[in-house]
Design a protein around this ligand. Structure first.
Ligand SMILES: [Zn+2]
Length: 312
């Protein structure tokens, strides 16, 4: 067991291995299935004290799949009504997934719950969902409280500066809840998209100066853009999953390049994350420990930044 505490700031969990494997769509680099028991065993093995579940629901993909199955001969009015029904069902699924994530966290206090929201929800629905999960957390017997919100611009087809989300950002800021966004390119989509390009973030960072924003995956390796944002906005942070991992046998960045990238953005601004079950948190955290960084820098990335930024 490694000598220093570790927090994994980016994992996904699923109700069953089957659902997890389905969500990964063959894109993971492991044989893991994303179940809670599997994750807890890996955390024990890797000396990882806490993990942040940034669970989300692919609302748009599910909506499109359901709409494609509607009968072709519906009138425009019938179609509009059917689509509205489907939209409600998908938001219901998102809410049940949030409920499950928060439930898991109450059973296992080492797992921190982040919830999903969707820009198709009304302002009232967005705020009500945050307040509901927040209230549940503060009532929980173990005191497991809501940790934050996860949004995925490419998968959910929106931009971070989409005004429909302003009410959610406002509420998150009031409750000191961080929001983690997928950032940079997206490997799992149907094609290239700029939904999570760093250029869409300054609007939000300046409109909500007390809202903590985490850009996952260091914008998929756009370190210049991350460094610029880090310099201009004290409320932006990053996680290094995907970009700096120990799962790939031949990583795209050498250890020296990875250490230089972390220093360029700021070792006080980047958190360790694995993106389990796509990657292996044991191998990924071991890689960060091997990087040519000072012990203080490693402590910051592996533990202290997450503890401070996510208030864990
Ligand atoms: Zn992820």
């Amino acid at each position: 067991m490694p000598g220093q505490p570790i927090i994994d700031a980016h994992v996904h969990t699923y109700r069953s291995r089957e659902i997890g494997r389905q969500a990964m769509m063959g894109s993971g680099l492991t044989d893991y299935g994303g179940t809670v028991d599997e994750l807890l065993a890996l955390m024990d093995r890797g000396g990882i004290q806490k993990a942040v579940m940034v669970n989300m629901t692919p609302v748009v993909d599910m909506f499109e799949a359901a709409v494609a199955k509607l009968p072709a001969d519906l009138s425009p009015a019938q179609r509009a009504e059917a689509e509205d029904d489907i939209r409600r069902q998908m938001i219901g699924r998102l809410q049940r997934r949030n409920e499950w994530t928060c439930h898991v966290a109450r059973e296992h206090p080492r797992l921190i719950p982040f919830i999903g929201l969707d820009p198709s929800m009304s302002a009232e629905e967005l705020v009500a969902e945050i307040d509901l999960r927040w209230g549940e957390g503060t009532r929980g017997p173990t005191g497991a409280r809501l940790g934050g919100i996860k949004l995925h611009p490419p998968n959910q087809r929106f931009y971070a500066n989409d005004r429909r989300l302003w009410p959610a950002y406002e509420r998150a800021q009031e409750l000191s809840l961080p929001i983690i966004f997928h950032s940079g390119a997206f490997a799992l989509g149907p094609g290239p998209t700029d939904h999570a390009h760093p250029k869409h973030f300054p609007d939000v960072l300046s409109a909500f100066p007390h809202l903590t924003i985490v850009m996952a995956h260091l914008a998929f390796g756009d370190f210049d853009a991350c460094a610029d944002l880090a310099r201009d906005y004290p409320n932006v942070f990053f996680d290094c999953c995907y970009v700096i991992n120990g799962t790939e046998k031949r990583p795209s960045l050498s250890d020296e390049e990875a250490a230089a990238a972390l220093r360029r953005v700021g070792t006080d601004r980047v958190m360790f994350g694995s993106d389990y079950p796509w990657f292996d948190p044991v191998l990924d955290s071991a890689r960060v420990q091997r990087l040519p960084l000072t012990e203080a820098e490693k402590r910051a990335v592996l533990h202290e930044n997450a503890q401070r930024v996510l208030a864990l």
